[in-house]
Design a protein around this ligand. Structure first.
Ligand code: F6P
Length: 305
């Protein structure tokens, strides 16, 4: 997100536009937490995870009164357009500001879950996948040395994008995602079949929205009789040095967002499809169905024998 903030600020400054940052998202907008930003204020942040502007959930902004306060903040500071960087919740807020309060707003998708339609990848997804992959590679060392099964839970809310990507990249013997129903006995058969062929360890990647990794681990140990451990990667996936892919994506989307605002486009979102920038109405984020590529799941099954 820092790479995107940098891009928005420096693109706008290069066009002669004054930029303000809103601290703590909608909560800060309601409370008037506005800070002036210039090209220098976003120096040295490109390689830092998270966001220098901080983030927060806002109950107040869900109410009409809270929204009125947010709009008042914008008017008070003479803010004529808003770039919202975030996930689905942020986009719903952006739609409300755009359609119900007439605020010119552009959304930039940033969530590790990658569950926003209108873009193939959202900012943070690639970094989260790589952080999880590094962890899985390390766990694989113990799994192999101790001839164990490891069940590893990754984030993703109700979708399996992280699990599928990291499972395929990490050679997981089974990948459990909400989009594909699974049978625990079939998972165990894959594991025991692998043992018979000489495999000494197995990794099962579980999306948090698919099942409880602790329970899956208990069931696998009970059914197979093999030594099994569980690891929940958790918030480690939300931090770390952003990958080159994410930084470039953030740079391009931040630039595109400013471009759209200056061109007079309203209540829209920017994304990339087939490596090209695509602009959609902000509703596209949830009205278009974002399909997971199930052929990757099949590929992982074929390769991790
Ligand atoms: O939406 C991003 C995400 O990291 C999800 O993958 C996860 O379910 C959730 O946020 C965790 O939220 P919190 O940090 O509030 O526990």
């Amino acid at each position: 997100m820092n790479a995107c903030i940098r891009s928005v600020v420096r693109t706008a400054v290069s066009r002669g536009v004054t930029v303000m940052g809103i601290r703590r998202g909608y909560d800060g907008l309601v409370r008037g937490e506005v800070v002036p930003m210039d090209a220098a204020s976003v120096g040295g942040i490109l390689n830092r995870g998270g966001t220098i502007l901080l983030t927060a959930r806002s109950e107040r902004f869900r109410t009409r009164e809270g929204q009125a306060e947010a709009v008042e903040t914008l008017q008070h500071h003479g803010i004529e357009g808003l770039v919202v960087i975030g996930g689905e919740g942020s986009f719903h807020g952006a739609r409300v500001l755009g359609t119900e309060w007439g605020v010119p707003v552009v959304g930039v998708p940033a969530t590790i879950d990658n569950d926003i339609a209108g873009t193939e990848s959202s900012i943070g997804f690639d970094t989260a996948v790589n952080v999880a992959l590094e962890a899985i590679d390390k766990i694989r060392d113990t799994a192999a040395s101790h001839e164990r099964i490891f069940v590893i839970e990754v984030m993703g809310r109700s979708v399996g994008f992280i699990a599928l990507e990291v499972g395929l990249a990490g050679g997981a013997e089974a990948i459990l995602i909400p989009e594909v129903p699974f049978d625990i006995h079939a998972v165990c058969q894959r594991i025991t079949g692998g043992r018979r062929r000489g495999k000494i360890s197995s990794i099962v990647v579980v999306a948090e929205g698919a099942a409880d990794a602790l329970e899956i681990g208990r069931q696998i140990e009970q059914i197979t009789g093999l030594d099994t451990r569980q690891t929940i990667l958790g918030h480690i996936q939300r931090g770390g040095t952003p990958t080159a892919f994410d930084r470039v994506l953030a740079a391009r989307l931040g630039f595109a967002a400013v471009d759209q605002l200056l061109a007079g486009r309203r209540t829209c979102m920017v994304g990339t499809v087939g490596n090209a920038i695509e602009v959609n109405d902000i509703d596209a984020a949830w009205t278009i169905e974002k399909k997971i590529d199930l052929s990757r799941h099949q590929l992982a099954q074929v390769l991790s024998v």
